[in-house]
Design a protein around this ligand. Structure first.
Ligand code: AMP
Ligand code: MG
Length: 536
């Protein structure tokens, strides 16, 4: 790998060279029309400190360890200094928030430093989140607090290592500048430490980038932005044309379906699936009040703002993704004479989702193929059991792989006490492990063993298949909060430890088992562990 210092980063900046800029260059909040972005310079933090960086992202950018640990790196990724070739900008987008059209949103606290090309020819956009106000900041300050920045930094990388499409995080830097936040919007604002994350992705283009142009009837610009996106981010589709627009939309549908299937696999709840938080590349984007399922509960949402309607709860995510794709189809419709081709293409989402979800569940259960006759029931019975008995989803699936079928002896003769032993620790309330639930669990496990016996796979290969998709280590809500509590006391060790453990989420890591433990009781109702607001 070629390793560069910062001055040799090759900035290409196709977004700003090929799409029109706001002609107003003063940085104040406003509606920005007839263009795609506004140039905006990051604020200069008074006392930046590098808390952590992700070496894998540095490698993608071809930056050496020495470079990442240099004062130049700190200056540049805190927003204090621009490199030659950087031409920072904030982009304009709109979106549906909680089902309602919200008009212009835009990069209110994200500033893109530019796009680099690495020696492999890969394009990566570098974006500072929390670097101060832009024309899209509306009434807010453009900054970000440490707690939300720790969460974004850790989760981006955790998702990447889980094999889930996501924007990446290069660095986490505290600014030395306090930020005032009213965490629960209850009239108790307080000063919190500020921070900046450098996010990295091929592009940060959202459904909302196209929605805002159509909403404003800027159809020429819509076409330009679509053509630019296809040419830059989807070059394999060929030169833009009507038929390529459809292929592009189809790819967005399938990529979105893939992303959601991954979320359902690992128990990730995004928390704010507004259309401005949906990437056209099918990347998980904008880590806000996200959370990880502890006890399996499709109705669970970590986002207190959504407590009442639960629009963005775990089980609703597949449906909301479709709703969002429908909004994107509406935004793209001026490129076509009628809605029909887009609506037809949209059907790919449901079919792709169904197929991928089944395949994902086949892998989670360690089956060879999905047999609709038996497996739909097997699965739905399991999910009902997990939900009704407050069972930890991650631990349950991980422990399921431990079962061994030793010979052809009748399954009924298996010692039930041994059989349920690996699952005892997956219950959140021991009182739930009563005779009725125990019986249901035993019966389900018998059916499961019968089913896997039909496949005739060795215990080892089944276990391997399962352990490759059922993580042992996820960024449990309480772990992220403990790392934040320490970071707020200037102790960053747990951030580094978590980053390290989450690099190998599927591996057994000796000495790290405590990071795989289910939520302790103290965290059941603690803010930050089970309840999060959008305040960040
Ligand atoms: P989010 O809910 O984080 O996806 O943000 C929705 C919109 O609000 C986006 O346009 C953000 O850029 C903007 N936003 C969120 N927090 C801030 C902030 N502190 N300052 C300025 N804009 C913000
Ligand atoms: Mg957002």
């Amino acid at each position: 790998m070629s390793e560069k210092d910062l001055t040799s980063l090759l900035f290409d900046n196709s977004y700003t060279s090929l799409l029109p800029a706001d002609t107003q260059t003063q940085n104040f909040s406003r509606h920005v029309k007839n263009c795609c972005y506004s140039f905006a310079t990051p604020s200069k933090p008074p006392k930046p400190h590098l808390i952590a960086y992700a070496q894998e992202v540095a490698q993608v950018l071809e930056l050496s360890t020495e470079t990442c640990e240099s004062s130049d790196f700190l200056e540049v990724f805190s927003g204090n200094r621009l490199l030659s070739g950087m031409h920072p900008y904030a982009s304009c987008y709109g979106g549906h928030q909680f089902g309602h059209w919200a008009g212009q949103l835009g990069d209110g606290r994200a500033i893109n430093l530019g796009e680099i090309l690495n020696t492999k020819g890969e394009r990566w956009t570098l974006q500072l989140k929390g670097a101060g106000p832009t024309p899209y900041s509306r009434k807010a300050d453009g900054f970000a607090v440490l707690r939300s920045s720790v969460r974004e930094f850790l989760c981006s990388e955790a998702m990447y290592h889980l094999g889930i499409p996501t924007t990446r995080a290069l660095s986490l830097i505290s600014t030395g500048q306090p930020v005032i936040r009213d965490m629960f919007y209850d009239g108790h604002p307080k000063a919190e430490p500020g921070a900046i994350v450098c996010r990295v992705a091929p592009s940060f283009t959202r459904f909302g980038h196209f929605q805002i142009l159509t909403a404003r009837d800027e159809i020429d610009l819509l076409k330009r932005h679509v053509d630019y996106t296809i040419t830059t981010d989807f070059p394999h589709l060929g030169p833009p044309s009507k038929s390529v627009y459809l292929k592009w939309f189809e790819e967005i549908c399938t990529k979105t379906a893939e992303m959601i299937v991954h979320w359902m696999r690992v128990g990730f709840v995004h928390g704010v699936m507004n259309t401005d938080n949906m990437s056209v590349l099918g990347l998980t984007i904008d880590y806000g009040p996200y959370g990880w399922l502890e006890n399996y509960d499709p109705h669970w949402t970590p986002n207190t703002t959504d407590n009442e309607n639960r629009r963005y709860c775990f089980g609703n995510q597949p449906h909301i993704a479709l709703w969002n794709l429908n909004q994107l189809a509406n935004a793209l419709s001026p490129l076509f004479k009628t809605h029909e081709p887009l609506q037809e293409t949209l059907t790919h989402y449901a079919s792709h989702f169904k197929h991928s979800w089944q395949q994902m569940m086949v892998n989670k259960l360690g089956l060879l193929t999905f047999n609709p006759k038996t497996d739909s029931t097997l699965l739905s019975e399991l999910l009902t059991l997990l939900q009704s008995a407050e069972i930890d989803m991650t631990l349950f699936f991980r422990n399921l792989a431990q079962l061994t079928i030793s010979d052809q002896s009748p399954i009924e003769s298996i010692n039930n006490t041994h059989l349920i032993e690996p699952f005892k620790g997956t219950f959140y309330q021991t009182s739930q492990l009563n005779s009725k639930v125990t019986k249901t669990l035993e019966q389900w496990l018998h059916r499961y063993l019968q089913r896997i016996r039909q496949d005739n796979q060795s215990n080892n290969s089944r276990r391997q298949q399962m352990n490759a998709v059922n993580p042992k280590y996820v960024l449990r809500n309480y772990l992220a909060q403990l790392a934040i509590d320490k970071a707020e006391q200037n102790d960053y060790t747990m951030i580094k430890d978590l980053l390290d453990v989450l690099r190998q989420p599927y591996a057994e890591q000796a000495g790290k088992e405590h990071y795989a433990e289910k939520r302790p009781e103290w965290a059941r109702h603690r803010a930050g562990c089970s309840m999060l607001s959008c305040s960040s």
